[in-house]
Design a protein around this ligand. Sequence first.
Ligand SMILES: [Mn+2]
Length: 234
Amino acid sequence: MARLATLTVMDLGASARHEQAKLEAVEDAAAVLDRARSDYEAARDARDRVVRAAVKAFGPVSVLQVDAHADLRDTYEGSAYSHACAMRRLVDYGLRVAHAGIRSLCSEEARLIAGRGLPVIWARDAVSGPDGEWIAKALGALGPRVYVTVDIDGLDPSLVPGTGTPEPGGLGWYPLLRLLRAVFGAREVVAADIVEVVPVPGMVVSEFVAARLAVKMLAYHRLRDRIRTDCAES
Ligand SMILES: [Mn+2]
């Protein structure tokens, strides 16, 4: 078996509030994903730019977004590159995004979802519904190659209190793992990120959950052939 250490992993600096530090972190990630070209515009939010860099590196992808928020606003606080606009930029870029764990919207986002028929897996359905329905809906919205972006606030804040915009009622740990395991097994995941971890001084649970989640995704990536076989046999 190949070693996990051979995979490219980087810490974008989850609490990098300083604009320059954040830009440098984005540049680092995009440079790895797209070594040949780094001519993207400077951006205030990492996800849409990194995903677009992934498209350059790997070709067309669809996106699995795990998040409490749709992040589909056209602009927020005067910026089109706010964290609240990241998925909007990707949708407008022409990528298919499956939004999972969503439970906080503004009216503009609700109209966009309804108007374009965007595939949203509401948190309440993922919490209370059978996996066969909500995970299948997510898989059905994803093409063969997938970029996974996990906003840690997609999880319930009782699991991850260290995040900037916590929303009650999110995914549990095991439902999230079942979703990710299914996606890694059934699709080719080309890259993944975890965002929005904001450490709480004196409490390491949020960082630990995020780190464990990263390890889980790396393992699912490495074991995808076995997961695929398990799913086929079950
Ligand atoms: Mn969020």
